[in-house]
Unconditional design. Structure first.
Length: 408
């Protein structure tokens, strides 16, 4: 896709979305009239609502694809592995790495780096990927992992990093020119350690395809690594236990004390309230401190959003609004909705909705190296690649996000 064409495509999608949304609202109004009069809905109307929800989902996905393409273009993700801007040394390194991927010959790489022999220098028997390919993998993961793109990301060279957090406001006071100035309360500073954990992917490919001179093995392996690791990363950032993997936003205890994340309950196990179901979303939004509102977003999966699209306020206005006027993000109560498929489906006790400033809430620590081991034996006649990346993640500010608990 030519990035210069994307504004026109987005406008066309906005126009389509506007039409579909108009029909969606009319159909939902008809559905709600049936409910109020007959205490039941027409199955044909329900089916139409299902199809309209699906069409809105399809248009949203296309808009997100265009937004990701614009993001990659703006960030300069390389479209060719051997970019002309690379110096001769880097080109030789890449050529040696390509030869290793295709044939297993590693002589050319030994002059560039020592085979990894410990956790501090990579995977045993593997090679660190060249810097340009590393950038391509990291940017591809970032573009396709919404939670990562919302978080604060730091790059480290060690196995952990300490993040100093001050989530309280330093006390201040007024004083006359000659009056005493008693000491004010100081802010509370805490140090959070974020260890990195080993994340691996092992895509496999046929030797015949590797033997094809025209096959771009670097782009293929970058795509597969980004696809597999991105999915696992995002799952951990949402619901990781913190043991052998990052700790997610949903695995913190409920509460308002340090280390706890406040949860509001819907009042119904596994569901929204029958009357005025959107009121709890308003309460969740208003529970966030004002200083975190500017960058706040909603997090939920697509299935739950299908329910929320039908909610109205007391004046009959829909709480959810589609992306129109050249925008690519839909909104709920005026704030962007970011679809995270790893957010849980609605169920009794599920934490299926989050609202907050994710960048202030969550920090991701990336190790600088990604290593690859070539294995032509385990999956014969295919060749398997064992790629390892080290990443950590943790909530560093529990006040900057709120969770909705579907429970009494």
């Amino acid at each position: 896709m030519n990035p210069s064409d994307s504004p026109f495509e987005i406008k066309a999608l906005n126009d389509d979305m506007g039409h579909v949304y108009e029909v969606f609202c009319e159909t939902n109004d008809e559905r709600q009239r049936d409910l109020s009069k007959k205490q039941a809905t027409d199955p044909l109307v329900e089916e139409k609502m299902r199809r309209l929800n699906g069409e809105i989902d399809r248009l949203e996905q296309k808009m997100q694809t265009l937004a990701n393409a614009q993001k990659r273009s703006a960030r300069g993700v390389p479209t060719e592995t051997f970019a002309s801007s690379d110096n001769e040394e880097a080109l030789q390194h890449k050529a040696a790495f390509r030869r290793f991927l295709k044939t297993g010959q590693d002589d050319g790489l030994l002059s560039w780096q020592t085979k990894a022999m410990s956790a501090t220098s990579g995977v045993d028997g593997g090679f660190l990927v060249p810097s340009r390919l590393h950038e391509e993998i990291v940017k591809a993961i970032d573009a396709n992992t919404p939670f990562r793109s919302l978080s604060r990301v730091i790059t480290i060279s060690n196995d952990s990093v300490d993040v100093v957090v001050d989530d309280t406001l330093t006390a201040a006071a007024w004083a006359a020119e000659t009056s005493a100035r008693p000491e004010t309360n100081t802010s509370t500073i805490q140090k959070i350690n974020i260890p990195v954990h080993e994340l691996y992917a092992h895509p496999k490919i046929t030797q015949r395809l590797l033997d094809d001179a025209a096959f771009d093995v670097e782009s293929w392996i970058a795509e597969k690594i980004a696809e597999n690791m991105g999915l696992l990363e995002q799952t951990a950032f949402i619901s990781g236990t913190g043991t052998g993997q990052p700790k997610g936003i949903l695995t913190h205890p409920a509460g308002t004390a340090t280390g706890q994340i406040e949860q509001l309950k819907t009042g119904v196990a596994g569901a929204f309230a029958t009357t005025n179901p959107g009121d709890i979303l308003v309460r969740l939004m208003l529970s966030l401190e004002t200083r975190y509102m500017d960058n706040a977003v909603w997090l939920m999966n697509r299935s739950l959003l299908s329910d929320i699209r039908t909610f109205k306020d007391s004046t009959g206005q829909y709480l959810w609004q589609p992306a129109l006027d050249g925008k690519t993000s839909t909104t709920l109560l005026g704030y962007p909705v970011v679809l995270i498929e790893q957010m849980p489906n609605r169920a009794a006790g599920s934490l299926s909705v989050a609202f907050g400033d994710v960048r202030t809430t969550y920090t991701i620590a990336d190790r600088t190296d990604i290593s690859v081991l070539r294995d032509p034996y385990t999956a014969k006649p295919n060749v398997m690649f064992y790629a390892v990346k080290r990443v950590g993640g943790a909530v560093v500010n529990t006040k900057a996000i709120k969770l909705l608990n579907f429970n009494v």
